[in-house]
Design a protein. Structure first.
Length: 230
């Protein structure tokens, strides 16, 4: 599939907003802190870092979740390999990627590395920084995820809001997420929408609500395996 880059607006000149989905790519308050709360901490990271850990994501966007994870991995001093697979239908242009990541000083060197490797990543689907291997699966996740050979220990479910981007939260896709999750794996998302929670439960996950980030009261944590497992 030929990748189509998204048309963007910019909120406060800093946060990309998809014109197609009429939704921002991350929290208007602080996208990086949101990534740390919703995707790292709620998946038990960095405590669960170990050689060979596999993280997967629906919606790569500007790569903020990825870069936040990469930075945490490097800071943890963990040895070995981290696999990060992301699924994205509409990859940003390099110019939009630069603009989106520019406000996040704390990850600037890693962001620069990603920007420098962006056209290669779009061409090959692969990118590496130290021991962290990123694979970007370009295309509609409803098509690319069923073909994926991997299984993740942690999932970042980061589509646009379920009301605006329902295709990234539908039952069949979340069943594929469950299938592509290791036992005792987890999946987290910023949304606590009933439709999403039900689809995760129907897929086979144990589902809980947790404290949300910023103005969101609740978010969702899903676990594969026995209910009481840590
Ligand atoms: C909220 S943004 C993700 C933000 C991103 N995780 C980050 O750290 O910057 C949602 C992403 O889902 C992507 N998306 C929407 N529908 C999709 C689909 N059917 N398949 C794959 N990606 C999709 C959008 O293009 C967008 O990049």
């Amino acid at each position: 599939m030929k990748a189509v880059s998204p048309d963007l607006d910019w909120k406060g000149a800093q946060v990309p907003v998809s014109k197609q989905f009429d939704d921002p790519y991350y929290s208007l308050e602080n996208g990086l802190k949101e990534a740390q709360h919703v995707f790292l901490a709620a998946n038990g990271l960095p405590d669960r870092f170990q050689d060979g850990l596999s993280i997967a994501e629906l919606g790569f966007g500007a790569g903020l979740n990825f870069l936040t994870t990469l930075q945490a991995w490097q800071r943890s001093g963990q040895e070995g390999q981290l696999q990060f697979a992301s699924f994205e239908a509409y990859p940003l242009t390099q110019a939009d990627l630069i603009r989106a990541l520019q406000p996040f000083d704390i990850i600037a060197p890693l962001a620069q590395e990603l920007v420098d490797g962006w056209s290669d990543l779009l061409r090959t689907g692969q990118w590496k920084s130290g021991d962290v291997n990123l694979s970007l699966n370009i295309g509609d996740a409803r098509i690319t995820l069923p073909r994926w050979k991997g299984r993740a220990n942690c999932w970042y479910l980061d589509g646009f809001s379920p009301a605006k981007n329902p295709e990234l939260w539908e039952a069949d896709l979340l069943s594929e997420v469950f299938f592509h999750t290791e036992n005792e794996g987890t999946a987290t998302t910023y949304t606590a929408a009933g439709y999403v929670r039900r689809n995760l439960e129907d897929a086979g996950f144990w589902v809980e609500r947790a404290e949300g980030y910023g103005r969101k009261r609740h978010m969702t944590v899903a676990r594969k395996g026995s209910k009481d497992a840590e």
